[in-house]
Design a protein. Structure first.
Length: 205
């Protein structure tokens, strides 16, 4: 049966690095096409310190163009995302169970803690996936080649701490019944579409 799929994008300071937000916008539109082909309805929500755009889930080319126009000029802002604000908005506006895919960066420890502390309010009603870009430097201490110099050792230690924090965040989010996914920076659209199709095949929604 037809399901509702929402992509929730945080246009905050954490996505000002590189072209992460642009990749999220492209991936969201690719997912909109995939959802339409699967007979599902697709919707959008963008936010930073408050909810900026909300496009209720529908289907068809006219709706796709409305989604594209809603996020075409989306730019990162030098603000922290208000997760409490967006969770409250979702709780009030989305009564029917839906698949919610959060596209955000959570490598700031304080924001990660805020997200994990408040996300349970929507996880009780919706199927929620948190998808973040993979950090190339975040890996276990003894992964890859041996460090060639002292500076490499310190970089490897920093990467190990980032990896440890990433895994701790994954555990916290999954304890709320949510799913946590890491997207390859060069294949965000492909990974996101594959993630959605795997949910469809498992009939988890």
């Amino acid at each position: 049966r037809t399901q509702e799929v929402y992509v929730v994008i945080a246009s905050s300071r954490l996505l000002a690095r590189g072209d992460a937000l642009e990749s999220f916008v492209t991936a969201a539109l690719v997912l909109a096409i995939a959802a339409d082909r699967q007979g599902d309805h697709f919707g959008l929500l963008t936010f930073c310190d408050k909810v900026d755009n909300f496009v209720r889930a529908r289907s068809g080319m006219t709706h796709f163009l409305a989604c594209r126009n809603a996020i075409y000029d989306l730019q990162p802002r030098s603000l922290s995302p208000s997760f409490e604000e967006v969770f409250s908005f979702i709780q009030m506006r989305l009564q029917r169970r839906a698949l919610l895919i959060f596209l955000t960066a959570l490598d700031d420890p304080l924001l990660a803690e805020t997200f994990s502390r408040h996300c349970g309010v929507i996880a009780r009603r919706h199927l929620v996936i948190v998808a973040t870009p993979q950090q190339s430097s975040a890996q276990p201490l003894f992964a890859g080649e041996l460090p060639a110099a002292t500076d490499d050792v310190y970089q490897r230690l920093a990467g190990h701490l980032a990896f440890r924090d990433h895994m701790e965040l994954k555990k916290k989010i999954e304890r709320h019944g949510m799913k946590f996914a890491t997207l390859r920076p060069d294949n965000i659209s492909e990974d996101l579409a594959a993630l959605y199709l795997s949910i469809k095949r498992s009939q988890a929604l």
